[in-house]
Ligand binder design. Structure first.
Ligand code: TXA
Ligand code: MG
Length: 318
């Protein structure tokens, strides 16, 4: 891996794009201080230019280079969860480019724990801006093969770090305002954050800063996808016509009666494993020409928040 990491550093220094494995999903990385390189990210992803990017750092000692203030609360969250699947929104340092912040006064910072991302960031020594390495609106890649499928030749190098451990994007907490707010749920749960902060989090404000992951149709498979409680699935199957087939169910436990010809995939009962498998499963289903994906709704507790959020978007009619 070391020769490839050296090659990645050269590419980043010359303003190129490197796909980076992280513990959540693969990122499409560029030098966060190089405007020309950042523009390539937006082109490759076909992402609107005003959607802010997360800057990835090797360690908390770099925070003050990118944030103008790091509140005690931000410090506590960082110490508790970094390196790991957490992004903090902080007041930006003066030099941080508008291309990174989407013209806002804040910057998203994350210290990933994947060993390849860590090795790269440590050697690079500065911030790497990296959105998820998918085309805008699509499912984030959790394998190197999925990155190539999404972005092809627009990436100069894909570092293969295996399948991502967490499987869904980081929890984003805005700590730039008066109260901390979760902007995007992830596998670090609201309860875990509350336990560290000794406070109850407020509901997200409607006019919270732009988060493209908060668009209704984000993270969507190409195949039409429905989400419903298990009790409704059998009733639904009675209403489908030949035009809905082939159809596939994503279940968490087997259905007692399954009509002939209905394929199903049994997902894990545990949210950690479910999240790990989710995008890879949806991606593989997209390649099988199903007319319809029907997903069994997941439990209503906060260990499932991130998954429920992604499933709602995957099944949103747009
Ligand atoms: O797990 C992750 O966070 C992955 C890996 C690669 O680190 N990255 C990721 O990036 O999901 P992206 O760009 O797909 O999603 C990051 C979200 C975007 O929706 C963006 O709008 C939001 O973070 N964001 C970034 N900076 C922000 C800011 N200053 N204020 C509000 N939202 C911000
Ligand atoms: Mg994304």
């Amino acid at each position: 891996m070391q020769p490839l990491i050296n090659k990645a550093i050269t590419i980043l220094q010359r303003g190129g794009l490197v796909a980076i494995p992280t513990e959540t999903v693969y990122g499409l990385g560029a030098d966060a201080k190089n405007p020309a390189a950042l523009r390539k990210i937006f082109q490759a992803k076909q992402r609107p230019i005003d959607h802010p990017l997360i800057v990835h750092l090797a360690s908390m000692s770099q925070l003050n280079e990118w944030a103008s203030t790091v509140s005690p609360l931000a410090q506590r969250l960082g110490e508790a969860f970094w390196p790991g699947p957490l992004t903090l929104i902080l007041p930006k340092a003066p030099h941080v480019l508008d291309l990174v912040t989407g013209n806002q006064l804040t910057v998203g910072l994350r210290i990933p724990c994947h060993p390849v991302a860590q090795a790269l960031l440590q050697l690079f020594g500065s911030g790497i801006a990296a959105p998820s390495a998918n085309r805008f609106g699509r499912i984030s890649p959790t394998t190197a093969a999925a990155v190539r499928e999404e972005l092809g030749a627009t990436v100069d190098l894909v570092l293969d770090g295996g399948q991502c451990e967490v499987g869904v994007e980081s929890t984003i907490v805005d700590v730039s305002g008066e109260y901390p707010v979760i902007l995007r749920p992830g596998m670090i749960t609201a309860a875990q954050i509350e336990a560290v902060l000794h406070t109850v989090l407020r509901q997200q404000k409607k006019n919270a800063p732009r988060v493209s992951g908060s668009l209704a149709t984000h993270y969507a498979p190409l195949t039409p996808t429905k989400l419903m409680p298990k009790t409704e699935i059998l009733a639904f199957l009675r209403t489908v016509t030949a035009a809905d087939f082939p159809l596939v169910l994503l279940l968490r436990s087997p259905l007692s009666i399954l009509e002939k010809g209905v394929e199903f995939i049994l997902m894990a009962e545990d949210p950690k494993q479910y999240a790990h498998d989710l995008y890879a499963t949806l991606r593989s289903l997209d390649q099988k020409n199903f007319k319809q994906i029907v997903i069994e709704a997941v439990p209503d507790n906060n260990r499932w928040d991130a998954i429920r959020d992604r499933l709602n978007r995957a099944s949103s009619p747009g």
